[in-house]
Write a protein that binds this ligand. Sequence first.
Ligand code: ADP
Ligand code: ZN
Length: 531
Amino acid sequence: MLGSKPLPPELFDAVQRHWGFASLRPLQEHAIRAVLNRRDSLVVLPTGGGKSLCFQAPAVVQGGLTVVVSPLIALMKDQVDGLTRIGVPAARLDSTLTAAERAATFEGIRNGTTRLVFTSPERLVNTEIFRLLQSANTHTIAVDEAHCVSHWGHDFRPEYRQLARMREFFPKASVHAYTATATEQVRRDIIQQLNLRQPEIHVGSFDRPNLTFRVLPRVEMHAQVREVIDRHPGDAGIVYCLRKKDVDEMCAALKAAGYRAVSYHAGMENAARRATQDAFAAEEADIVVATVAFGMGIDRSNVRFVIHAAMPKTIEHYQQETGRAGRDGLESECVLFYSGQDFLSLKWMIEKSGEEGGASAEYVATSVKHLEEMARYCRGAVCRHKALVQHFGQTYDIPNCGACDICLGDTQEVPDAMTVAKKILSCVARLKESFGTAHVIEVLRGADTAAIRSRSHHQLTTYGLLKNVPKNDLRDWIYQLIGQGALVQSGDEYPVLKLNATSWDVMSGRSTIRLIQLARRAKRSADGGKA
Ligand code: ADP
Ligand code: ZN
């Protein structure tokens, strides 16, 4: 066993010789050690964190064969081409090979020259090729994009479920899973579905300090998107839209205005999608306008901005998609435009997938919860780096990141936020912590509704305390109180607002919170450039 002994010098030599890297990142060392020790592992690193080296480098110094499972032919091709360029013998087994290519791949595996072979999950377990791979001494199986095995992840692929069987075919091989999606639920699912045996788990830092995050209410989508693009003239960027129709319209508008834009969505033919990817990789296009379908394996490290023209479905999606910016480590900007309508549209899509697509009720409920987390992020008043890192279960101690709208002061503080917060919290208390956000807002605004009259809530002392505040602002502030831990939303089917110790500290003035005025930010951003 290698234990925590230093890695063998051959490994560093290989990394230097083939990749030209002077050193390994700390987590890469741990991840590589697990492979050399033949110890199952789960490695979670954000996009751009350097996952591929974790299984590629050990494959070079070990005898025998490493099998890499990958979800997309395009991804396999990129990796094999990249490895071949740097002199690492790699091949792929997929449906697109010609008879001659296939024969060459087989020969390389048989005579032991091939170090890494890339294939799809269904090929690995459903065809006879596992016999060939067995006889070639396959000792390592690397499962790339391992979150595809979990339907809690953002890219579930049923084929990945078949991988449970690979242990039968390769009982002696160690199995290593790699992903950028880090929620507890997905992690547990990967371990279980892939039958990992007492895996080492390595989770990298989820902060991307070179990204500046901004969230703005969407007022005029096209103008706002162009404003961001114009801060990065001639640079590469991605604009994510909710629907195919939005992609087509946005791309057409950008082209008409003279930008080098191309589009990408699931409704396009394979060849057209490939053309978009190639044009972007070859720097013949600056901007890709896309739905979530675009992303895995984008081979361009100098993406300077990622714009979300609408709110994504989950924070995982957001993290994954913004992760495509600044993979070269240079400063890049991520701007998200949202409106309350996004939440409703996405919720409708999720519910429809339950009714028509046969998704389970549990799945629908979890998806809606994820959507709510995303909405709270958008409307929050907490440093964006902090909020994102905390979402992935890590702590963030830097008081001012200097790289988000909140810390840069793009936002406007609500005057006398403490008084406003006390009014909201005491209304929740008067309502005996038994009502949801919408009802609390109605009571605070002094609405005359049947629900209020029938419960005599118009007689509460907090009724109408914030009469002149727009509904949207109140909802923002409630989310901001939740985000700062001064209010809790609980209950699955009918979420109600509840108080906790911090709420009482705020009401008695022992703790302070801040509230920001989100709706004004759209105007401010119109005159403010990049800070
Ligand atoms: P991921 O698959 O996690 O998104 P990649 O494997 O594509 O990340 O690596 C991201 C970038 O980091 C690539 O440009 C790669 O060349 C670079 N990289 C990876 N490891 C190192 C290292 N040890 N030193 C320097 N650059 C590295
Ligand atoms: Zn910040």
